[in-house]
Each structure stands twice: as C-alpha cells, then as structure tokens.
Design a protein around this ligand. Structure first.
Ligand code: GLC
Length: 750
C-alpha cells in the first residue's frame, strides 16, 4: 500500500481525517486510550461483525501539525502520524508503545530461486515456497523483551512471539501441533507486554489474514490481509487487564451463564441409542461422580439431518430427556449447519423455497458434503435466515433441550473448501465466502442465541467450534478435535489462557482427548488439570477407546470423582468470577502474567495457571511424572491440601503422585465454596463456606437464581466480606434482592 506525502487533516467530532497524496485515512478517538485507524480501501464504513453499537465517547484530544508529523494527543496517548502513514504511538511519559517498522524487510529463505524453478518445472505448485505479497499489510516494531499474547485458540505456547499464524477458520484432522497456522477460530487480537508498558491491537477484518509475530525478523511483526479495509484498533491501558477491558469494551464481554452449565458434562460421538446414554447417566449417579449433562452428538438425528430425532434408536421424542431430567440431567444437543439435500426434508424444502442457502457464483444453490452427505449451507449473514434457524430451535426446546452445541461451522466441508466466490450475504449486501468464512460460526452462534432467547427465559447455553472476535457475546467455545496426547494436555493451558485473554471467559477442551486412545494416567491427569474449567466436558471420537471415568480402574474412578467434586465445591468462585467478568472482560482461567506482569518469570509460563487471582493450579502434564516444578509469584501461598505456607518468588519442586494436583491459595484470600452435589439443583445451596488464608482480604460474592435475567432487575444479593490481618471477618450486604444463605461458615486453610 502506498500513501505518499501527508497533505493535511480535518476534524469531525471524534474523527480526524488525514489526507495523503494517494490515500485518505481516518483516525478515530474512541476514548482516551482506544484509537481506531481506518483506511477505506474497500468500503467507507467499517462493516464490523465484532463490534455492535457506537463505542466512541466524547473525548478531549488535540491535534498539531508539526514539520514531519501530525500529532494527536489524548489524556493518555500521543500519536504521531508521519509521511506514508507511518504511525508511532507513545504513552503519557513519551515512552514509545507501538511504532511502525520502516527498516529493511527480510523474507525467510525456504528454497532458492533455482530450486523453486525446478519444482515448477516438474509441474508442482511452488506457491507455498515463495514469499507472499499482500495487498494490505502493516509492520510494527518489536523490542527484544516484547511478549505477545491473545490470538484466540492458536496452538503452541502462551507467548506467540516467533511464530506465524493465519486467521482462517480451519477444521484440520491432523494432531494440532505448535506449527499450525490456524485452527477453528479467528480472533485477530493480540496484546503486547513490553519492558515498559502494554498495548493491544485488534485488526477488525474478516478476510483471510496473516500474522507473523517476529518469526521472519526479530525486529517486527507483520499483519497482512487478502481484502477489505485496513481497520485496526490500538488499545491502551496501564496493565494487560486494562487492555482486555478495552478489547471487551469494543467486542463485548462473556455474559453470565446459567450456573449448571459450569458443571461437568459427558459426551461421546457414538452413544448409539437411548440405552447407551441411559447407562452413562446412571453410572455417574451410581458412582457418585457429579454430572450435569450427557451431550448428544450427531448420532441422535435421523441421517444427520438437523432438527430431527431418531425415534428408532433414541425412543419417543422428549421421553429420554424427561426420564433423565428426573435425575437432574440437562440435555445438550449438537447442531451442524450443513443441511441435508433431500427433497421432502423440511429444512431443505423451506431453505430452497425461501432462497436461504448460499449459492455458486453462477446462482445455483451451492452443494458440498458433510455428515448427512450432500448438503447446503444456510446463508447466516442474513437476518431472515438467522430468524428461520432460530425458530426451528423450538423443535429442540419443546423436547426440553437445555443447551445447543454448534459444530462444523467453519464451515467444514468434506469435498474441499468452499470456493472463495460462493455467494453469501452480509445482511442485505451480497458478498462472497471470502468475507463470510471467518464469521460463519459467529452468525450461526448469533442465530442460535437469539433463537433461544426468544424461546426460553433462561440465559442461552450455546457452544461453538468456529468463531470470530466478539462471538463471546453469544457462545461458549471449545477447542475442537484435540487428541489423547500428552502434548495436547500440555497445550490446554496456554490455549485456554490465550482464549480467555481474547474475550472468551468461558472455554474448554475435550477432557481425555477427542481423537486417539486415552490412557488411564492421561485421563487422570487431564481431569486434574481441567478441574477449574468453565466448559468442563469429557468427549471422545467414535472408534476411539471409551473414556468415561469407569472404563479403567477403581483408582481412576476415585481420582476422577475427587476432582469433579473439587470443581463443584468451587462453583460459587467460578460463578463470581464470571459475574465480575461480565463487567471487566477478565476470564476465569488466567496465565500468571496477567497478575504478575512485571515478573519476567511469568512471561513464558506454560505449565501452570491462576483461577481468578486467588488460586494457583500447577497440574502434572507429563507422562510418568510424580513431581512438578512450580513457580510461586510474589506473596504468600498456601497449599490447598495441607495448608503449608510457601514463600513467593521462588521455584519449588513439589510432590505430585497420580492422584495429586498441586493447588495453592494466595495469602489474603477469601474464596466462596459450596457443599458438593451430584448436580446443580439437587438441593438448595443454603450454606456458603468461606475458605480463608492469613492476611487482610476483601471479597464480593454474588448470589442469584443462576438461571435467568432477573438479576438484571435487581433479583440478586451481593455480599462483601472483609477480613482483617488479625482474622476478624465482617460481612456487609451491598445489595439485597435474593434470599440470603441460612449459614455462612469460615474454613481456615491452616
Ligand atoms: C466434529 C466435532 C466433534 C464431533 C464430531 C461428530 O469432529 O468437532 O466434537 O464429535 O464432529 O459430530
């Protein structure tokens, strides 16, 4: 992209239109520490799918034309815009935060020119070996100490520096390794922790984009995109938490879920009939392992046709659900977007009649193949298509369905990827797959969420595999088809931490691993590592070894029960974190760097995580290991199991036999806990326990019905607990709109 010399600028409200010889750019001050840079290459408007509603607020700023730059100053930032749209951003103390890179550009040498010529002469495609050039790109400087976090579900480690990624929702069957460029989700948001300062960048463009995070060169990272506008937000703040707050201010926070959805869920692709499901459910109750839901994979449908029920194998519609509901089980069912091409099938007929499916570039309805065989793809970018889909959800809610799991919505396709020119819509505007691909899952999530919202008074429980930035407003996510590999157990921690920092306060992985065969040891370590998970589901693929906890030994059942029970005891803490997260955007599961960002030891910690700011979890994620090297950040830490005090700012090797997950509570904490139950709703939670550690502490606890939106109208009780250094606890009720607990008990850690 060429911009040329700067000609001048014009202010219009919060917007500063900067004119260059060859291109106009709009800089918008959203608030004092959020600035949008918009280059209208493709359209004059943003066309954001992630940001809903007006976000800009009246903000004081000034502009000054200097010889080499236009200088824009807000209360917290100075932005210098030089020739050729060179942008440099500084904080209040004039420390550079983000500077455009103007030095020499290197390319990674993979093959020499002559070797490429040879590959091509042999008739092979050598495009992947050549340096790519993109219509729209920008390069930003990296300092040696900079660490990069975020980017959604990308594989690999916590710090994304040194790798390259693509934003193109991808359903790839191979085992996910750290050199993958893309998985199911596209969240073009990253945060940088610098030696002095932090910032975030959100590139709001749904076309296929590419990020090289200091791989090609240590000196810069680059962003490039195939089409659309260059449209990015600089997100400032004093801390990484502030940056997450600013990102979720734009794209929305994860809404408070129903309490039960945080409970344990069991699934398997290949529960073939009602009896299979029934036995699974009964076993949980028999073995006293808490369980909320058995999820129904595609097996429950007639020939994988969405919004149908296979009565032959699963019994009369609604009967199995009603039977298991008596035992507290809530049904959650899978729904795929691919609609079977079958004359006479209601979804096919209605979709064809109303013109609801995506079309080939020549105007014929587009066909590819997914589970039901030949299938069509609903054009979810159109409101009327989303409404149509949402209305069909009634078929499921009438049966008693409590949650909907959207899958295959990248969209997946078995006969090669949908061509880029397949015709879709963005509301009334016709567009192509190239623009819609990365938001297909987002729109399907919105259709499902809106549908459930109309059909039931409860907070919608929607799970999705594919998504874009902002989908957290509608759906919970899981990380798709991982495998029963130790490497995938290890990856769970950085992957969920980065998803959390990318706005998804609720996220999970398939516990035990989806593909491949688990081992008893792997399953035990997995349930330990995931014990504080917010989407807490064991799931496996058809044809793999079954991995319900009882498939192995009494020892594994006992370990499994211990950690699922632990999860249930901490439910009020997880729920409080989500209540607070609805306002702050902060996730439940957090990397240590989020709370100890000036401690460089935390910058690359992949093997442990925090739950809120009070729990430190350091699971064993290596086969055969019975010890764990734990890093304790600043402060006092107390072993959850023994009460032993450990000083912070040190590494320690701790014992961790198979049934032991090292868990620590920070000094000066108050953590709410409940009695263990077999499922949420089994009995009223009338006793609240407060786990306390030495040191002064303050904590707010939220209680409501855990189901609907009454809390928005004041039907909740908010407690504030304060503990002095001497251990005296005071209670204050900040808001009273829901019955109080009958009892509050203090549990001292030591
Ligand atoms: C996809 C999903 C997986 C599901 C399977 C069958 O692979 O990711 O969770 O079990 O499809 O529906």
């Amino acid at each position: 992209m060429e911009y040329g010399k700067r000609i001048g600028h014009r202010i219009n409200g919060n917007k500063i239109e900067v004119t260059f010889e060859k291109q106009k750019v709009i800089v918008e001050i959203i608030k004092h520490d959020i600035v949008n840079f918009f280059v209208p290459i493709w359209s004059d408007d943003h066309r954001s799918k992630a940001i809903e509603g007006e976000k800009a607020v009246k903000t004081n700023f000034s502009t000054a034309e200097e010889r080499d730059a236009l200088v824009i100053t807000t209360d917290s930032l100075t932005i210098r815009i030089g020739e050729d749209f060179c942008v440099n951003i500084y904080d209040k103390d004039n420390t550079a935060l983000l500077c455009d890179y103007e030095g020499p550009v290197e390319e990674i040498q993979r093959l020499s020119e002559s070797a490429i010529a040879l590959v091509e002469a042999e008739g092979h495609d050598a495009s992947a070996m050549k340096a790519k050039s993109h219509k729209i790109s920008t390069r930003k400087c990296l300092d040696p100490e900079d660490c990069i976090y975020g980017l959604g579900d990308k594989t690999g480690f916590l710090n994304k520096r040194g790798y390259e990624y693509e934003n193109w929702n991808s359903d790839l069957p191979q085992a996910h390794t750290e050199d993958f460029h893309a998985l199911y989700k596209s969240i073009p948001f990253l945060m940088c922790k610098k030696k002095h300062g932090v910032y975030g960048l959100f590139f709001d463009n749904t076309f296929h984009s590419y990020m090289d995070i200091g791989k090609t060169s240590e000196a810069y990272f680059s962003y490039a995109v195939d089409d659309g506008n260059l449209d990015y937000y600089f997100l400032g703040g004093k801390t990484l938490a502030d940056v997450i707050g600013n990102y979720t201010y734009l794209t929305g926070t994860t809404p408070l879920p129903q309490l039960w959805t945080l409970g344990y869920q069991q699934c398997r692709w290949g529960y073939e009939n009602a009896q299979d499901i029934r036995e699974v459910a009964q076993n949980f109750r028999k073995l006293h392992i808490p369980c909320e839901a058995v999820q129904y994979d595609i097996d429950y449908m007639q020939q994988f046709k969405v919004f149908t029920w296979d009565e032959q194998n699963y019994g009369k519609k609604g009967e199995l659900f009603a039977e298991l509901a008596k035992e507290g089980f809530k049904p959650v069912v899978i729904i795929d977007p691919g609609t079977k091409l079958e004359p006479g099938y209601m979804m096919y007929e209605e979709g064809m009649k109303n013109d609801y499916f995506a079309k080939d570039k020549d105007g014929t309805v587009y066909v590819n193949e997914v589970w039901p065989g030949e299938a069509n793809y609903p054009d979810f970018g159109r409101k009327e298509v989303r409404d149509w889909w949402g209305e069909h959800i009634k078929f499921l809610t009438d049966m008693g369905v409590g949650g909907i799991w959207n899958d295959m919505n990248e969209p997946a396709s078995f006969r090669g990827e949908l061509p880029l020119d397949v015709q879709f819509h963005d509301e009334d505007r016709s567009t192509t797959h190239a623009e819609i691909h990365n938001v297909y899952g987002h729109y399907m999530g919105k259709a499902t969420y809106d549908g459930l919202r109309k059909l039931t008074p409860k907070r919608p429980f929607v799970i999705t595999r594919a998504c874009y930035a902002g989908t957290q407003k509608y759906a919970t996510v899981w990380t798709g088809d991982n495998q029963s590999l130790w490497a995938h157990l290890q990856m769970m921690i950085p992957q969920l931490c980065n998803l959390g920092m990318s706005g998804f306060a609720i996220a999970g992985v398939d516990i035990g691993g989806f593909g491949a065969d688990t081992t008893p040891e792997l399953l035990a370590r997995w349930i330990e590592a995931a014990a504080f998970g917010t989407f807490f589901r064991n799931h496996s693929a058809k044809g793999t070894r079954r991995q319900e906890p009882w498939q192995f030994s009494d020892e594994i059942v006992a370990i499994y029960r211990k950690y699922v029970e632990l999860h249930y005891r901490f439910l009020p803490y997880l729920y409080d974190l989500l209540y607070k997260g609805e306002k702050t955007g902060l996730p439940v599961m957090r990397p240590l760097v989020l709370h100890y960002e000036d401690d460089t030891e935390t910058h690359n910690l992949n093997g442990e995580y925090l739950v809120g700011d009070s729990l430190l979890v350091a699971p064993v994620v290596e086969q055969g290991a019975t010890k764990k090297l734990v890093y304790f950040p600043e402060g006092d830490w107390y072993d959850y199991w023994t009460g032993e005090r450990i000083n912070g700012r040190q590494y320690k090797i701790v014992d961790a036999p198979l049934d032991h997950c090292p868990i620590y509570v920070k000094g000066g904490s108050i953590i709410p806990m409940y009695e263990n139950v077999q499922y949420v709703g089994e009995k009223p939670y009338d006793t609240l326990k407060l786990l306390v550690t030495p040191g002064a502490a303050e904590y707010e606890h939220f209680r409501d019905n855990g189901e609907d939106y009454a809390y928005k109208d004041g039907a909740y009780t908010l407690y504030r607990f304060k503990k002095s250094e001497e251990g005296v606890l005071e209670q204050e009720i900040l808001h009273k709109g829901y019955p109080e607990y009958a009892q509050i008990q203090i549990v001292d850690i030591c």
